[in-house]
Design a binder for this molecule. Structure first.
Ligand SMILES: Nc1ncnc2c1ncn2[C@@H]1O[C@H](COP(=O)(O)OP(=O)(O)OP(=O)(O)O)[C@@H](O)[C@H]1O
Ligand SMILES: Nc1ncnc2c1ncn2[C@@H]1O[C@H](COP(=O)(O)OP(=O)(O)OP(=O)(O)O)[C@@H](O)[C@H]1O
Ligand SMILES: [Mg+2]
Ligand SMILES: [Mg+2]
Lengths: 229, 229
């Protein structure tokens, strides 16, 4: 489902090069529930952007659902992202001037499927209801708390029923009880067959998954298999 | 040091009113080390903005170091904020086009004290070094990981040696080890006599403080005293 081989990513800034990923090889099967943990700056978000088809590697290979992503053009990449992948960004990336409802409708608006557009408003409402924000649909991001913005980002990632859900610190701004509610949603989606990968720094969140991959300095350092259903 | 009496804050949006704080009365002595916990949307950031002199209440009183803040004009409020209070925002509020170094220098640039300006660059470097970012001084926020941005926000809050440190989820994007390093910095500052108040949703972080205040639906629900040095 998701495979990387010797994946490297460098950021160039003038005469300085930051080696964010230094040869990452890993494999995630369809239907897995995986957590990625590691110190700040160890390359977790960089990896998520590459497997989420939001960026291209400097070298190495990245294969999503059997497709080598460096062989796709921008148009095919955008289609894969929109149809197959739901991404929760570490800093949410919400449109500041749009309401919660419009932010969640956005992925549906990119669909080329006409019937998607008829049900768009209703599906966005349901997604917001599922994360407890039914009474915040008309608020803009600046009129919402940190945890509410995070939940909009989660709702938006799920509204297109993606096969693969990638969450970069999806519960970072949520208190324990609400973090557990989000994990319950992700667990259910995983039981329904979706592949879920989350970056988290909280062990209490990671313990809901079935495998934890540890990062350090741009490399995979090790992993744990958890005895969960 | 920090006292609120029946503090209320309403947000008006068209014909909808959100009651973010519904009568909060609390008192924090100089030198205390306090955590504030509670569900997403319960009013924690709103309270922090009021006691940080970044916003005004709808009703009720807020007194900082003996001064009733609603009696201050904008100029006096800005001076109090700059000299006395260090604020770590939940969404960092960094200048996107400035380097890490310039972002941390910013509070010193507002000082009216000439000798502050001579030592500015050096003090900013030291603050960044204290949070482990000595080798990221020339990066801009978009060229940094989430946890690195968070640590710049922390360095900026501390660079003016404030009496009161207010941190809104200061370790939200930091893995356990680095979260502990930040708590060690805050603990040392507290031992040196500073008042530290942090919002956190992680019990492991809150256990470093000496008192936890619990929020729910815009009100204080209760508190715990912790047996810490
Ligand atoms: N500018 C605003 N306009 C309208 N409503 C707002 C505004 N800012 C906050 N709110 C609402 O006020 C309530 C309290 O917000 P606040 O940011 O204080 O919560 P919080 O406890 O910090 O939550 P979190 O843990 O998610 O950061 C929320 O329900 C939010 O929707
Ligand atoms: N656009 C960029 N330009 C230059 N350097 C970058 C850029 N983006 C990230 N970096 C650097 O690459 C490294 C890895 O960043 P990444 O965002 O993947 O870390 P992370 O593991 O997600 O950290 P965190 O837990 O703090 O979110 C960091 O040291 C960061 O400074
Ligand atoms: Mg990250
Ligand atoms: Mg908040």
């Amino acid at each position: 489902m998701i495979e990387t081989t010797d994946l490297c990513k460098e950021y160039r800034m003038g005469n300085v090069t930051v080696e964010a990923l230094r040869g990452v090889t890993l494999s995630i099967e369809a239907g897995e529930f995986v957590a990625i943990m590691g110190p700040s700056g160890s390359g977790k978000s960089t990896l998520m952007h590459l497997i989420g088809c939001l960026d291209r590697p400097t070298s190495g290979e990245c294969t999503i659902e059997g497709v080598e992503v460096s062989k796709l053009d921008e148009y095919q990449l955008a289609h894969l992202r929109n149809k197959r992948i739901g991404f929760v960004f570490q800093s949410y990336n919400l449109l500041a001037r749009a309401t919660a409802l419009r932010n969640v409708e956005l992925p549906i608006m990119y669909s080329r499927d006409a019937k998607d557009h008829h049900s768009r408003r209703e599906r966005a409402r349901q997604a917001l209801e599922a994360v407890g924000l039914a009474d915040r649909v008309d608020h803009r991001p600046t009129e919402l708390s940190g945890g509410e913005q995070q939940r909009i980002a989660i709702a938006r990632a799920l509204v297109n029923n993606p096969d693969i859900i990638l969450g970069d610190e999806p519960t970072g701004n949520l208190a324990t009880e609400q973090g557990e509610e989000i994990m319950a949603i992700l667990q259910q989606l995983n039981k329904d067959g979706r592949t879920v990968v989350i970056v988290t720094h909280e062990a209490d969140i990671a313990k809901h998954t079935r495998r934890i991959i540890y990062f350090r300095d741009g490399l995979v350092e090790g992993e744990d298999i958890l005895d969960n259903p």
